[in-house]
Design a protein around this ligand. Structure first.
Ligand SMILES: NC(=O)c1ccc[n+]([C@@H]2O[C@H](COP(=O)([O-])OP(=O)(O)OC[C@H]3O[C@@H](n4cnc5c(N)ncnc54)[C@H](O)[C@@H]3O)[C@@H](O)[C@H]2O)c1
Length: 335
């Protein structure tokens, strides 16, 4: 199968590239390397069936170039991470709204199928026990940059759904909940790599707020096969699917677990939100997915434990790298 991936040099995208190449796909990536890195693609650069185009999804010609001839497209390119969104609200909005519209148009014209990466952030402050795809979205003020990521991804979903309804575009949506694993960077506000890095360096682990906010973390090695399978299901078109971890943990307990597992002597420090972010920052107290719809469709049942996730992330941050824990060994073939 011929596959195009926007954002394929990023954390999730690079694992998806390896997974699909190992399955025999020809893969073309479009990435502007804003948060992604070529280093993430080191195992596949030079592969006969891998092609990389440096460019932005805001450029219709660049998108056309990678989408041409593709059977399916995964749209992962986005401005991601709370820090990045708060610091660059305008660029983030343009990438996440206009960029997606460009991709939708190009894919419609090309005749490929599309998988759109959305986020659990769209549920906002809804703290229900089990967020289903039909759950309400509860967002803060439109004037707070913090909510623009959720707002933009919500618009993306609405765009995708309208393209499906009005033009019959075969597009499926996945809503990812805190996905973690090797290659994720802590630079843009992702909590697990940031805390792991601090623990390994013997620095204080900085937990924002009172630390009692909870999340359900999932492993990229469980998420990538699930989004691949969803992209292959015709009944997924026009639908959205939650994909998240099944174990709820507070950020304070997560920090304690990281310190213990990594044998770190680091203390844990609570940092008020006003200090960590701009004034008026709001966080979600809780975010728990109901994965039932993805389980029914593709048997989604994430198996990697939080301890294993932490150990794999830690291995990725050590100066001498352990073998890749994901095991999608891409067989290199001569060009
Ligand atoms: N990691 C998570 O926990 C998580 C959770 C929910 C949703 N998602 C979604 O999954 C997707 C991938 O996220 P990730 O965690 O791998 O983040 P990432 O930042 O590692 O990946 C995003 C990639 O998109 C690229 N990109 C950004 N703007 C671009 C542009 N204008 N043109 C071309 N490429 C551009 C970046 O360089 C990067 O390689 C995103 O759509 C994100 O919203 C991720």
């Amino acid at each position: 199968m011929k596959t195009a991936i926007t954002g394929g040099a990023g954390f999730i995208g690079s694992h998806l590239v390896e997974h699909l190449l190992a399955a025999g796909d020809t893969v073309t990536v479009l990435d502007d390397l804003s948060t992604g890195r070529l280093e993430n693609l080191r195992t596949v650069i030079g592969h006969r069936d891998f092609h990389f185009v440096e460019g932005t999804i805001l450029d219709r010609a660049a998108v056309d170039k990678v989408v041409a001839g593709a059977d399916r497209v995964f749209h992962l390119a986005a401005a991601v991470g709370v820090n990045l969104i708060v610091e660059h609200p305008l660029e983030s909005l343009r990438t996440n709204i206009h960029g997606t519209e460009v991709v939708l148009d190009a894919v419609l014209e090309s005749g490929a199928t599309l998988l759109l990466a959305s986020t659990s952030e769209i549920y906002g402050k809804n703290t229900s026990d089990s967020l289903s795809e039909e759950s309400d979205r509860i967002l803060g003020s439109a004037l707070k940059s913090r909510w623009t990521y959720a707002a933009a991804k919500g618009i993306d979903e609405a765009f995708a759904h309208a393209y499906w309804r009005q033009f019959g575009l075969p597009v499926a949506i996945v809503r990812l909940f805190n996905t973690v694993g090797p290659r994720q960077t802590g630079r843009y506000g992702m909590v697990v790599p940031r805390l792991v890095k601090q623990a390994l360096a013997g620095e204080p682990l900085t937990v924002y707020g009172d630390g009692h906010q909870t999340r359900c973390f999932s492993y990229v090695g469980d998420i990538v096969p699930a989004i691949t399978k969803i992209s292959e299901e015709k009944s997924a078109y026009g639908n959205a699917y939650n994909l998240g971890g099944s174990y709820e943990i507070s950020i304070l307990t997560l920090a304690e677990r990281i310190v213990e597992l990594l044998g770190s002597g680091s203390p844990i420090t609570l940092v008020p939100y006003e200090q960590a972010y701009a004034e008026g920052y709001e966080d979600m107290r809780r975010r728990v997915p109901n994965n039932g719809k993805a389980k029914d469709l593709v048997g989604f049942d994430p198996k990697t434990t939080l301890d294993q996730i932490i150990l794999n992330v830690a291995a990725d941050h050590r100066p001498v790298k352990a073998p890749d824990p994901l095991g999608w060994k891409v067989t290199m073939a001569a060009n």
